[in-house]
Design a protein around this ligand. Sequence first.
Ligand code: FES
Length: 107
Amino acid sequence: MPQITFLLPDGRAETLEAGDAPTVMHLAIRHDLPGMPAECGGQLACATCMIDVAEAWRGRLPEASPDERDMIEDKVGRVPEGRRLCCQIAVTSALDGLVVAIPERQA
Ligand code: FES
């Protein structure tokens, strides 16, 4: 299974085995990573599962849907480069080595 590295708001890094986590958000929640409330549980209704995808990975993930981009824009006023809602990123073997950062705030 793929390994995914999360850069945490406090500067630490956690590299986790994805196991059977269906999405990147589920993996973060299962390991109780800080800064990831994911309040709606993956229903694309809260935008509290934001991550910043490492630059080297930005072109390697499926593109965000218009709804995902709208949610991010509503929350932060724009869509920063690499910003995603990680409940919308399905875990696949192609994600092995993915690096994402959890922003300091989910607002
Ligand atoms: S968990 Fe709510 S939008 Fe991702």
